[in-house]
Design a protein around this ligand. Structure first.
Ligand SMILES: Cc1cc2nc3c(=O)[nH]c(=O)nc-3n(C[C@H](O)[C@H](O)[C@H](O)COP(=O)(O)OP(=O)(O)OC[C@H]3O[C@@H](n4cnc5c(N)ncnc54)[C@H](O)[C@@H]3O)c2cc1C
Ligand code: FES
Ligand code: FES
Length: 1366
């Protein structure tokens, strides 16, 4: 076939707009197209690998046979534009906007406070929109007006695959649930539509009305004429084919592969690239989706045949539909469907094909779930190679040599299964099928540590004891092997035998010998223990039947992982809080509104929330590129310490699109090679001949597109040489050995309280030199580091950067370029999440971009891809801690000494100040005497920076670890040890001389009591005791913890200007990073100007706009961080307002004498005419005697652990947090919930791994698992305490951004409590003495960690104990 025989245009629509392309690179993704070729930039790039959901859009396709439009969500980062012919795409902009009106989803998301930084929000919105549209197509009865046919459970599941790092998900779920037909509005959380007391009818009437009949048109008519698959699309030298028959496909393959020797790629959903990140180009791409034989679904008595291109979503739908097979088959298929429902996310499943999954498993060793379950189900596959068509068992297919490009998977057939009949009239036969997967997230969006599926035919003779396994198919996968396997040896061992405890134990032992996780895969012993757990779970009910052996509460599964497709009936359901309620239970938010400073104190919605949801909000990467704009991608070091002898590309010529490579030699004369401001230590911008850590910037490739820059950076080969160099310092121990430390400034040195030796002398018991290790945590802002530099006249530079500190960026860039600071204008409008990672770590990215723009004299932008961001940006400080503690027999601690080695990485950054943050958090208890020694170790790692709660997070944890240890030592209730060691006000004053405030400020003891009452702590402890005594394989634990968190308010600037028409423009030093700073500032300006309020000015807030930070407009903006920037910015604008009020008051009084009513507009007009200066700016300097204060909070968390998998389910958390007089309770509530969930990430989930060179291995959404909606507390109740009036604080408010993160340690402690119960049981099974509580629970307490402590061999121990008692 000649390459250019037919040239056709690709036609599709975006938000109803027609797009026609004649040339397009086949690797162009829809996201890339949207963001670079259209005005629709609402759809965001968060990961580019299918794992975050920020890029989700709605795709619509017309089915001419059924004459209907299909609508489904897809990940635009994986969808190829070439596959969109005849399709329509709807982005969040397509639903509504500020001009034509927002969609009810936009309005409800805003009203339920479901958006903070707003970067995840458009994707959330579109995931939900798709579910909403599809629910309306169901046959369910019509919902009440204003609602949809969606259920609450479906609404939650719709967003289960989307990540949000800010909100903690609860408000997003509430916004979605508000559309559900079965929602009880009482169950929905704080919103700005209705008040607590309003009736249901009133509430409904206040919700932005939803009417599905008014829904936007997602498929324009004109596309119906464009449906015909184009047979050839020739694009930039590469071809894209859409064959419509197997014959056409065969001839294409023959001509391309055999005759022309071209490189051919078969494509279906293209989701595989999310995992394999293929960057290379093929000559020819062949889309298989237009071949009818490949999308057939045929179901009959014998089974179901599913074409290879059928999407997983459609396969699930077909499997769930009742077919002709018998009852058992129906259940069997439904179980397969239920398991498939946990593969990836809805939007991935909507384009991922079944065949693609199996081919990835076969060819690329992908740890597939589908291969494993279909293997156990005895499936067959049809394949075609050349003209040869063959049918193989799935097992044969998996075992054959990897498919070549000529081999096509045509279909897969899953046979129907029914119990064997007629063994004898005395015998009852049964068919059993279960599937399992243990994964960090129960609802998917996480690959499993292990998956399995088992099919068994059993017979149960009335005359004999026990069940006989007539036949068995056991499949295991995802444990590092090439592909899923059938374990025939075990199958044979068990077949035909009566099942009893001994046999089960032998089978498990045999299984463990065969299913051995491969070397090199993580958590090998854990995965191996899952093997035993899964088989035990499957077979133990069969031992019950006759012997009664397990009839004692063993069947303890109700929820969580592993996903046991059919949950056993059990009589402990009354304990399950969550049964039947979807993912989350209704939660309470208690906030008090203080009207004294109105509108400050009102829970008003976030400024610009609708703009964020609708995609109108402009982030740095959304600023349109000028025509000659270039893009940069870093080449970073993979070695910790080496000379860099050279950097080359794999190709001899410069890679496609590359303009240049910027490195240290491109720093202009007079400029400096520095990557951070000198006040934070020295760090080169680019390595200068020597690289000192893996992840260090060596150079920046600059190319015409982001993709070309990244492809080139990826092909760079660095020549390293370590000759003559010492070994790098990679651990804190090595740093100590080599005395590699940074100096802690005198003011930051930890202050001793009391006399440690004296305290130890008073102690009745001592624990000496106990060690703890804490690892790192990555920021995981949804918007990675991004910056855009535009050279301007007179050697100046305008830099748009996503930064928490534009002022520092300006200083650094000016130093690097060797120009005065007034030549550098840094502009930041909003930041898509910061969490401390965009405080100092954004600076080198901005500086490198400016150097490139300066050198090339062209605009340059950088948007780090997720992997580069994770590798280069650093994270939270890891630490090694050693403590000695003395205490009395009643648990009262008398002395504590702690030695801490902080891993700072290569440069100081924030690390030398860690003692100032860690020690106050550690001092939350009265330790009697306390002394702390902290060494800041310089190592060959990326520089660690001030991640949310830097130091405090670890300090608070250390305190709890010590308390837990003391309780364990004394065999006391941990809660009693906590209570007895809480500070009195006197000890508090001693510990926090500068920040303790007055005695009425010290609300912690009352909060601590209050949370016990509000969470029914005592009653639940009793219930948990009972639960634990009844359940063997699930245990629960509960824990209550307090926090004390010191903050200090810093200086900042503000300017308030009133324009001619009475509208107000506000500039502040603080940056809106999602924390609601703009909202609070707006409220404060409205309050500040209220003394000159006139008639007609009641809605002053509506007239106020806070605008971007611009370092040449407002100087000395400072850093946004430390939780107090909102209040400082508020204080600054308050001062501005005072100045304006003073200027306007006399005029107002004069006018009032002249006329009855003076309107605001009139006042301002007159002021302008009379030359009153209507712009006021200030530099706010807090009172140095009162700028430090303490924040208090307490939380109770209850968890349930699964002893077979180590999964932890957080059943409930109750938080009470003292916000002073909250400036905006809705904003503060969002901060509390979001920070708490980020804390869960640190303490429970997020594994930050590096290789032996210190190179970050947790470098994407596949390997780094932040919390999702299915891993947060099922019920999260928050009460915001409005404590007393505080003269010296900003309108009596307190901080909320960081402190609540520390409360998540309650989850960790509750998990420990549950593990103690598991270990008690394990000791009794093993018949050994010992302490069940003398263990350390690592941070994060992931599934493998929990399981290890519960006993990797707990199943065997249990069975052994049964045998020994028989
Ligand atoms: C974020 C994410 C999470 C995931 N989680 C899971 C999970 O938990 N469990 C799990 O099992 N899977 C998971 N997957 C894998 C997912 O199921 C597969 O990516 C998907 O099914 C592949 O289908 P596709 O149509 O997109 O294939 P493509 O990406 O288009 O193709 C994949 C490969 O198969 C080849 N190919 C496709 N169809 C055929 C055919 N008919 N004949 C011959 N070759 C063919 C292609 O050439 C390519 O090499 C996940 C994927 C993503 C992106
Ligand atoms: S950007 Fe597509 S899923 Fe993350
Ligand atoms: S609001 Fe969800 S990531 Fe920021």
């Amino acid at each position: 076939m000649e390459n250019k025989e037919v040239e056709q245009k690709l036609v599709f629509a975006i938000n109803g707009e027609r797009f026609e392309l004649s040339k397009v690179d086949p690797t162009t993704t829809l996201l890339e197209f949207l963001r670079t070729q259209t005005r629709y930039k609402g759809t965001k790039l968060g990961c580019g690998e299918g794992g975050c959901g920020a890029c989700v859009v709605l795709q619509s396709k017309y089915d001419p046979v059924l004459e209907q439009v299909e609508e489904f969500s897809v990940n635009s980062c994986l969808t190829l534009v070439c596959s969109l012919n005849g399709c329509s795409v709807t982005t969040t902009e397509g639903l509504g906007n500020s001009k034509s009106g927002f969609h009810p989803i936009h309005k409800r998301f805003s009203g339920f406070h479901a958006s903070q930084c707003g970067y995840c929000t458009p994707g959330m919105c579109m995931s939900f929109f798709s579910a909403l549209l599809n629910s309306e197509k169901s046959q369910r009865p019509d919902p009440p007006p204003g609602f949809s046919k969606l259920t609450v459970a479906e609404a939650e599941k719709a967003i289960a695959g989307n990540l949000c790092r800010c909100t903690g998900y609860r408000p997003i779920a509430d916004a979605c649930k508000s559309f559900a037909a079965d929602v009880d509005l009482e169950d929905l959380g704080l919103n700005c539509f209705w008040g607590k007391e309003e009736s249901n009818d009133e509430k409904v009437s206040k919700l932005p009305f939803y009417n599905h009949q008014n829904e936007v048109c997602t498929f324009p008519e004109f596309l119906k004429a464009e449906m015909k698959p184009k047979t050839l699309l020739d694009t930039e030298g590469y071809s894209w084919y859409n064959p419509v028959s197997i014959e056409e496909l065969q001839s294409l393959l023959k001509s391309k592969l055999t005759e022309n020797g071209e490189r051919v790629k078969l494509v279906v959903g293209n989701t595989g690239t999310g995992y394999y990140k293929e960057l290379e180009h093929y000559d020819t791409y062949i889309d298989l989706r237009h071949i009818p034989d490949l999308f057939v679904i045929r179901k009959d008595k014998t089974g179901i045949k599913i074409g290879a291109t059928v999407t997983i979503s459609k396969a699930i739908q077909a499997l769930k539909e009742d077919g002709e097979g018998g009852f058992q088959s129906t259940i069997f298929f439904k179980k397969i469907a239920d398991h498939m429902d946990k593969v990836a996310t809805v939007s991935i499943r909507n384009s991922a094909s079944l065949g693609g999954n199996l081919v990835m498993a076969q060819k690329n060793h992908f740890p597939s779930d589908i291969a494993t379950i279909l293997l156990a189900a005895g499936s067959l596959v049809d394949i075609q190679t050349g003209c040869k068509k063959i049918i193989l068992t799935l097992e044969e297919f998996l075992e054959m040599s990897p498919c070549d490009s000529e081999t096509i998977l045509l279909s897969v057939t899953i046979p129907s299964w029914e119990p064997i009949k007629n063994i004898s009239s005395e015998t009852k036969t049964e068919l059993l099928f279960e599937t399992y997967r243990a994964a960090p997230r129960p609802l998917g969006n996480a690959l499993p540590y292990l998956n399995a599926a088992f099919l068994a035919q059993t017979s149960n003779s009335k005359t004999s004891d026990g069940v006989v396994l007539e036949s068995l198919q056991l499949a295991f996968g995802a444990y590092g092997t090439e592909h899923a396997i059938r374990v025939r040896k075990v199958e044979e061992f068990l077949t035909g035998k009566f099942l009893n405890v001994g046999l089960l134990l032998e089978a498990i032992k045999l299984l463990r010998e065969i299913v051995v996780p491969e070397k090199g895969i993580s958590h090998r012993p854990y995965r191996s223990s899952l093997v035993a757990g899964f088989l035990f779970d499957f077979l133990h009910p069969l031992v019950v039947v006759r012997t009664g052996t397990f009839n004692d509460g063993l069947n303890g599964y109700i929820n969580g992982s592993p996903v046991k497709v059919s949950k056993p009936e059990n009589h402990f359901d009354q304990f399950d809080h969550t049964k039947g309620l979807g993912i989350l239970s209704p939660a309470k938010q208690l906030v008090k509104v203080n009207r004294k400073f109105h509108p400050v104190g009102e829970p008003i919605k976030k400024a610009g929330a609708e703009l964020q949801v609708s995609g109108e909000a402009v982030y740095v990467d959304d600023i349109p590129s000028p025509k000659d704009c270039l893009h940069g991608a870093f080449i970073y070091s993979t070695k910790p310490l080496a000379h860099v002898k050279g950097i080359k590309f794999k190709t001899t010529s410069l890679p496609r699109g590359v303009f240049g490579v910027i490195s240290v030699k491109d720093i202009p004369a007079g400029g400096k090679n520095i990557g951070i401001n000198p006040i934070l230590g020295y760090e080169p911008l680019f390595a200068d001949g020597l690289t000192e850590y893996a992840g260090q910037a060596l150079a920046l490739v600059v190319a015409d597109t982001q993709k070309h820059a990244e492809m080139a950076a990826d092909t760079a080969v660095v020549d390293y040489d370590t000759e003559g160099l010492e070994a790098p310092i990679l651990t804190v121990e090595e740093a100590v050995e080599k005395s590699s430390f940074f100096t802690v400034p005198p003011f930051a040195k930890p202050k001793q309280v009391g006399d440690f030796s004296k305290g130890m002398a008073e102690a009745e018991h001592k624990i000496l030199s106990e060690e703890i290790k804490l690892e790192s945590q990555y920021y995981f802002y949804m918007e990675t580091q991004t910056t855009f530099s535009v050279p301007d006249e007179d050697n100046s530079m305008v830099v748009y950067t996503s930064s928490q500190c534009p002022e520092d960026a300006q200083i650094l860039i000016a130093s690097c370029l060797g120009v005065p600071e007034h030549n550098v204008r840094v502009i930041t409008r909003r930041v898509g999440g910061g969490f401390g990672g965009k405080a100092f770590r954004a600076l080198p990215v901005a500086a490198a971009c400016a150097v490139a723009a300066h050198k090339l004299q062209r605009p340059v932008r950088i948007y780090l891809n997720r992997k580069t961001d994770m590798i280069m940006t650093g994270a939270r400080n890891p630490m090694k801690i050693n403590y000695s503690v003395g205490f009395k027999s009643n648990g009262k601690i008398t002395a504590l000494h702690v030695d801490i080695l902080v891993n700072a990485g290569i440069s100081e950054d924030f690390s030398p100040l860690i003692p100032m943050t860690l020690v106050p958090a550690l001092k939350k208890y009265d330790w009697g005497a306390i002394s702390v020694d902290i060494k800041i170790c310089k190592t060959n790692h990326t520089s660690k920076s001030a991640m949310r709660g830097p130091g405090e997070t670890q300090g608070s944890y250390i305190a709890e670890a010590v308390i837990e240890h003391v309780a364990s030592y004394l065999s006391m209730e941990v809660d009693s040890v906590r209570t007895i060691n809480l500070h009195s006000f006197d000890s508090l004053k001693l510990y926090y001389a500068e920040s303790a405030g007055e005695s009425f400020d010290y609300t912690l003891p009352s909060l601590f009591d209050k949370v016990a009452v509000s969470s029914s702590l005592q009653q639940r402890i009793a219930k948990i005791h009972y639960f634990n005594s009844c359940n063997k394989w699930r245990k629960r634990g509960i824990s209550r913890v307090p926090i004390v968190y010191e903050v200090s308010v810093r200086t900042t600037t503000g300017r308030v200007s009133i324009l001619n028409d009475g509208s107000v423009v506000v500039e502040v030093g603080g940056i809106e990073i999602g924390q609601g700073l703009w909202t609070k500032v707006k409220q404060m300006v409205a309050f500040g100007l209220s003394p000159v309020l006139c008639s007609g000015s009641e809605d002053l807030s509506e007239k106020i706009r806070v605008i971007q930070a611009d370092t040449l407009s407002l100087v000395q903006g400072g850093l946004t961080g430390g939780s107090t920037t909102s209040e400082a910015s508020c204080a600054a604008v308050h001062e501005c307002c005072d100045i304006l009020v003073e200027r306007l008051k006399p005029l107002k009084e004069r006018l009032q004498k002249q006329m009855d009513a003076v309107s605001w507009d009139m006042l301002i007009l007159q002021a302008h005419q009379q030359s009153v200066n209507l712009s006021a700016s200030t530099f706010y300097v807090p009172d140095l005697t009162s700028n430090h204060y303490l924040n208090y909070g307490a939380a109770v968390s209850e968890v349930e652990i699964d002893l077979l998998t180590g999964a932890t389910t957080i059943l409930q958390t109750d938080i009470i947090y003292d916000c002073g007089q909250s400036l905006n309770p809705a904003v503060d509530l969002g901060q509390i919930e979001g920070a708490f969930v980020q804390g869960i990430g640190f303490y429970m989930q997020e594994e930050h791994l590096t290789n032996s060179d210190g190179l970050v291995m947790s470098d994407g959404t596949w390997t780094y698992k932040i919390p999702t909606i299915d891993t947060i507390p099922k019920q999260l109740n928050v009460e915001i305490l409005n404590s007393e009036h505080h003269e010296k604080r900003v309108l009596s408010s307190k901080a909320s951004g960081e402190p609540p993160l520390l409360l998540a340690v309650s989850v960790h402690c509750a998990t420990r409590a549950a593990i103690i119960e598991a270990r008690k049981q394990l000791l009794s099974w093993k018949g050994t003495d010992g302490s069940s509580s003398s263990f350390q629970l690592k941070v994060p307490a992931t599934m493998p960690v929990v399981k290890e402590l519960c006993g990797l061999d707990n199943v065997e121990s249990f069975l052994q104990s049964l045998l020994s008692h028989q």
